[in-house]
Ligand binder design. Structure first.
Ligand SMILES: [Zn+2]
Length: 444
């Protein structure tokens, strides 16, 4: 008969005690300890839930930037940062910054960040996940007596949802005109920055020069449904899509809907309808993730008994690669010429410069994230980000990366927004392990 497992416990205990007395743990491989480090998923979830109560109601979470709810959220985050050992300050742009000195103070900091402001009636995870996971990483390192070589900085960017104010300021991309714009709080951006404890008069002081940040890492929910639908744990963001907009005008001829025979019509709305289908085909006929949208259309004169003589519509294209945007637009224009000939209408495209160029994340950082994901046994996919994030601005001053975790149903900016606890923990552990790997390198 085999002895029961409990019989072995006393001797195992004596053996391990002996090893401790011999100083064995001191010789344990320190990098092994770091690789085995994990976040506390329960604590992380509790903090995210606690944050949801600030500005939260049955209608969702509303912490509009610069408002009292935003300030209360930041006060809670400040307490958590201090608890994790971070030295907290508000910079001139109103960003909340928590700094922990590293073992080699001459090295540039590794920055982890996201935002805690929301849109009206928002969900719980957008922005907050990245901030709480960043604080958790710092706290877990401290609790395990691990000091990184690089200083660590946690950044909570000001007014992300109202125009990425804080990260634009840090990357030197916030012009003085933007400061006078109004925000959803009712205050101008300039007044809002002051409400957070910043000072727009001296905002240029926050600009980080190349080399001043070793790397910027952000964890965020996907806000789309592709990770969830494909059963993938992690999205490694390759970049932020460029966006191009056009006003499209279709000119036909307005005429009596009862007396003009079908063959004699120059129906601008009929041409526009065919153009909408052509836009969709142009985007779907090419391989890749490019998207094309007609989101607005209006017909004139707009009466049931008049053939539309003029139609205006919007066209929007998004992709990571500039040549792909050109290629899709060329195809749409070619189709528009054919539609114009067949419907006896004229179709004109006028581009509106909105200045959103494709921005790529750092390929070497992507590779570090990929290796960390493999070591954690997490499945991953490389993907573009269709939404704007602070990482997009940070990519202009430092090697930057963005990690996505699945959003259930692809829903965000809604009280229905949900990310499963398992995915929250996966994302935070990946952030931690990426940070640990990065800290060993002298250059990313
Ligand atoms: Zn966000």
């Amino acid at each position: 008969m085999r002895p029961s497992p409990t019989c072995w416990l006393p001797s195992l205990y004596r053996l391990s005690l002996g090893l401790v007395l011999l100083g064995w743990p001191l010789q344990a491989d320190e990098s092994g300890t770091r690789t085995a480090l994990r976040v506390d998923p329960k604590r992380l979830r509790e903090r995210i839930d606690r944050m949801a109560q600030i500005g939260g109601s049955t209608q969702g979470v509303t912490r509009l930037a610069f408002t009292e709810a935003d300030l209360r959220g930041r006060a809670y985050v400040t307490r958590l940062m201090q608890e994790a050992g971070l030295e907290v300050r508000v910079d001139e742009a109103g960003n909340l910054s928590g700094l922990l000195q590293g073992g080699s103070p001459a090295l540039a900091p590794i920055v982890l960040g996201s935002h805690t402001d929301t849109v009206p009636r928002a969900g719980v995870y957008d922005g907050v996940l990245g901030v709480m996971a960043a604080i958790e990483c710092v706290q877990v390192l401290g609790e395990n007596g691990i000091r990184t070589r690089h200083p660590l900085e946690v950044l909570v960017f000001a007014n992300e949802e109202g125009g990425l104010t804080g990260s634009r300021a840090l990357s030197g991309r916030l012009n003085s005109q933007a400061l006078e714009e109004s925000s959803r709080s009712g205050m101008s951006i300039r007044e809002g920055i002051a409400a957070l404890g910043g000072n727009a008069e001296r905002i240029s002081r926050v600009i980080r020069r190349p080399g001043e940040v070793k790397a910027y890492l952000e964890l965020h929910i996907e806000q789309g449904g592709s990770l969830e639908s494909e059963g993938t744990d992690i999205g490694i963001v390759e970049g932020f899509v460029g966006i191009r907009w056009w006003d499209v005008t279709v000119r036909g001829s307005a005429n009596h809907a009862g007396t003009t025979p079908m063959h004699a019509r120059r129906d601008a709305l009929l041409a526009a309808a065919r153009l909408v289908i052509a836009v969709n085909r142009a985007a779907t006929s090419l391989p890749g993730r490019q998207v094309a949208t007609v989101g607005r259309i209006s017909a004139e004169p707009g009466a049931p008994n008049v053939i539309p003589g003029r139609v205006t519509l919007s066209l929007e294209l998004r992709d990571l690669a500039k040549p792909k945007l050109d290629q899709v637009f060329r195809e749409i224009r070619r189709q528009a010429r054919l539609i114009g000939q067949e419907t006896k209408t004229e179709i004109e495209f006028t581009e509106i410069d909105i200045g959103v160029e494709p921005t790529l994340t750092d390929p070497k950082l992507q590779e570090v994230i990929r290796q960390a994901a493999e070591a954690l046994d997490l499945s991953y996919a490389r993907m573009p980000s269709g939404a704007a994030h602070d990482a997009q601005n940070m990519a202009h001053v430092a090697p930057s990366a963005l990690i996505f975790v699945p959003s259930v149903g692809g829903i965000s900016h809604s009280p229905e927004e949900y990310t499963r606890p398992r995915d929250v923990a996966n994302g935070a552990n990946l952030l931690l392990q990426t940070l640990i790997r990065l800290d060993r390198q002298d250059s990313p």
